[in-house]
Design a protein around this ligand. Structure first.
Ligand code: GDP
Length: 311
């Protein structure tokens, strides 16, 4: 990727897209194309076709998606499958028709079967049933991978897919009704501390295990994959290779935030998948690994929360 290459970052205001923009800029890429959702509605095929046909970017980072935590995925099931499918289909097709050769499509580790062996290798895709709470989103993301593969086969494009584990960091969603667990726990521990509460509430049993990756590490991995000319196809897991229980996560968050009370578990909320630890050997074997450890990443995320969200 030359530093003057024209690069379209779809979803540049989101947590992942904004981290990719930061990473690209710091690496010297300056010819970035971005559109807000009010400037370009990615669910509208004609608009996407016209935009890509006239801009003809050299590279696309496809980080535009409808995303959310376990409650949002389970509640807005139709929105999650419909919006993700249509955005992916519009961009992939229009990109191929406009002659865009390189794209990085971003998905999520929930594409893998609920009960597959751990750590999860890329070739476990489509080997078993999915977790029900986020099945519509997962189906849409699997379709996105298959769109990339299919356009590569039929049209000779070089569209690669990256599947991150649970991400967190600057520009995360801290709305408790729709967020993922890590930002939710930061907000809850922070507010409990401010109110002087004796407890803070964690959903489910605390037993599920999750792996967390700081979003700037993810952005670095995305740029790394795009910079590798020999990587032209396929699927790459992106994670740390280390997971923790939700209880351990809740304790680390309390510690970083400085809340000294106790945890109460709300068993009426779902646990979701018991475990989803990614096998990251494939991306490691070509030279990338995560840098930020969980505690350090939570401290960075909390500092960002204090500056931009909380009081
Ligand atoms: P998932 O990885 O797709 O299941 O999505 P989440 O990040 O939303 O949830 C991960 C796990 O954290 C699940 O077992 C949740 O029940 C648990 N969890 C504990 N407290 C919270 C919370 O306050 N918000 C969310 N979203 N999840 C929580």
């Amino acid at each position: 990727m030359n530093t003057d290459a024209k690069i379209y970052v779809a979803g540049h205001r989101g947590m992942v897209g904004s981290a990719i923009v930061r990473r690209l800029r710091s690496a010297g890429y300056s010819n970035l194309v971005m559109r807000t959702s009010s400037e370009l509605d990615l669910t509208q095929q004609a608009s996407v076709t016209e935009f890509l046909a006239s801009e003809k970017p050299d590279y696309i980072f496809m980080a535009a998606a409808r995303v959310g935590g376990i409650y949002a995925n389970n509640t807005y099931r139709a929105d999650f499958i419909y919006q993700n499918l249509i955005i992916e289909a519009n961009i992939t097709h229009a990109a191929a028709m406009a002659g865009v050769e390189r794209m990085l499509f971003l998905g999520s580790s929930c594409i893998y079967p609920r009960d597959c062996p751990q750590p999860i290798r890329e070739d476990y895709l489509l080997t078993g049933p999915l977790e029900l709470t986020n099945e519509p989103y997962a189906i849409a993301k699997i379709a996105g991978i298959k769109l990339c593969e299919s356009y590569n086969r039929q049209y000779g494009t070089q569209y690669v897919s990256a599947m991150p584990t649970n991400l967190y960091g600057p520009n995360d969603n801290y709305d408790l009704a729709t967020s993922h667990v890590l930002p939710a726990l930061i907000r809850k521990a922070h507010e409990a501390k401010l109110r002087g509460d004796s407890v803070y509430e964690v959903w489910g049993s605390g037993k599920p295990m999750r792996e967390f990756l700081y979003v700037d590490d993810m952005a670095e991995a995305c740029v790394f994959l795009m910079e590798k000319d020999e990587i032209r196809d396929g699927l790459f897991n992106v994670g740390t290779g280390v997971d923790v229980t939700i209880k351990e996560l809740a304790e680390t968050v309390m510690d970083v935030v400085g809340f000294t009370g106790d945890i109460v578990f709300d068993a009426s909320k779902p646990d979701g998948t018991p475990r989803k630890l990614l096998d990251v050997d494939k991306i490691k074997s070509i030279g990338w690994k995560a840098k930020t450890d969980l505690r350090q990443g939570i401290a960075l995320a909390y500092a960002d929360f204090l500056q931009n969200v909380g009081s």
